[in-house]
Design a binder for this molecule. Structure first.
Ligand code: PLP
Length: 386
């Protein structure tokens, strides 16, 4: 077993991705063009979505989706605090108020009962996160939103390839947002996708991602009509490029094998870590899902483990093992603490988890021997403290 640095995440990019990028560069059409159209179609087919709109990042997707839905000043949007700040920042910057709901302490998923407690007449949307690649309780959240006329927007940044019951994440009528950032299960370096069952929303997003003009350059290219265009509503500039889409098309072909490999490694962690006292393993949900295993997160049991989380991570790092922190609870960061204070105890599960959580290395090219190496290092670190 080598003791080379083991990062917590690493993209799996091979000769096929390299070849696909070279083909695009040689074609001389390097911005949004035929590859983006092809990637959107292939992605929509894979997640069984009616429409898929490629964007430059999942965050940009949130920006234009909230705008397209008219969410802004005076509106409230319910979301977890145990998340990457992307959606929360976009809610705030849209002029709306982020309202944090608590999570289930065993699965880290948004707790529908807590969401229900947060609903007010100003609630316009709920944005759950499929944490770590495990789908949230969509039945309950959909029911809750439909009866109150609230829009459900899924943060599916971790969840490409995941399923809730027998349906792929992204196949619903409501918008779902995916990320292709370098650490995600499918990567294009940077990139994102919005899926939706609404043709009208998809069309609006296509405008908003490209200046608000009614035809992007590729749709005009080669057209027999001279290049006129119009603006119905001003937009931003957050289109995906053909270089990125070419990588995405190859990654999409390989995604099932990535997830199979992640699932196998997660199983190895489960079996091996069950023998280590003080390490709590992630629980699976009570409803049927296919977990995409984007993250393998454990909790340190504060009763039996005296080493604080940050020191635990530092000691693993000394043994050449990288870990991740998913996440610093957003409501405890300086800006949100001051701007949107939360009453003591209202997010108690989120606060307990954010203090104790660690993401262990998990990526397709890892070997089962690497899991053993991580487990042994954890045993040493825990023994050292005594
Ligand atoms: C990565 C991530 C995002 C943002 O994705 P980008 O493509 O980097 O904008 C949003 N939400 C969650 C939960 C994420 O992990």
């Amino acid at each position: 077993m080598s003791d080379e640095f083991l990062p917590y995440a690493r993209p799996d990019l091979g000769d096929e991705e390299v070849g696909a990028v070279c083909d695009v560069l040689r074609s001389a059409w390097i911005t949004s063009g035929p590859r983006v159209v092809e990637f959107e179609k292939a992605f929509a087919r894979y997640v069984e979505a009616e429409h898929a709109v490629a964007v430059s990042s999942c965050t940009a997707g949130f920006h234009i989706t909230l705008h397209a839905l008219g969410i802004g000043s005076g509106d409230e949007v319910i979301t977890p605090s145990l998340t990457w700040p992307a959606a929360v920042n976009m809610i705030h910057l849209a002029g709306a108020r982020p309202v944090f709901a608590d999570i289930d302490p065993a699965t880290f998923e948004l707790d529908p009962a807590s969401v229900e407690d947060c609903v007010t007449p100003a609630t316009r949307a709920v944005i759950p996160v499929h944490f770590g690649g495990q789908p949230v309780d969509l039945d309950r959240l959909r029911g809750l939103c439909e009866t109150r006329n609230i829009t459900l927007i899924e943060d599916a940044a971790h969840a490409v390839g995941a399923r809730h019951r027998d349906r792929p994440i992204g196949s619903g009528k409501n918008p779902a947002l995916f990320s292709f950032h370098a650490v995600k299960n499918l990567t294009t370096g940077e990139g994102g996708m919005v899926t939706t069952g609404s043709a009208e929303l998809a069309e609006r997003l296509r405008g908003l991602r490209f200046h608000g003009v009614d035809h992007d350059a590729w749709r005009r290219h080669g057209s027999s009509e001279p290049g006129g265009y119009d603006i119905e509503s001003p937009g931003w500039k957050c289109n995906l490029t053909d270089v990125q889409a070419a990588i995405g098309l190859v990654q999409l072909e390989r995604l099932e094998s990535f997830i199979e490999r992640r699932t196998l490694l997660a199983g190895c962690y489960d079996r091996r870590l069950s023998r280590i006292a003080g390490i709590e393993r992630p629980e699976v949900s009570h409803y049927p899902t296919r977990h995409a295993w984007h993250l393998y997160t454990v909790l340190l049991d504060e009763e039996s483990v005296s080493v604080p989380r940050d020191q635990f991570r530092a000691r693993l790092r000394e043994r050449n093992i990288g870990t991740g922190f998913h996440y610093q609870a957003v409501h405890l960061t300086r800006f949100y603490r001051e701007r949107y204070p939360v009453e003591e105890g209202r997010l108690r599960h989120t606060e307990s988890v954010t203090r104790r959580i660690v993401s262990l290395p998990l990526y397709p090219r890892m070997e089962e021997g690497d899991v053993e190496r991580v487990a042994r290092a954890i045993e040493q670190v825990l023994r050292e403290e005594a």
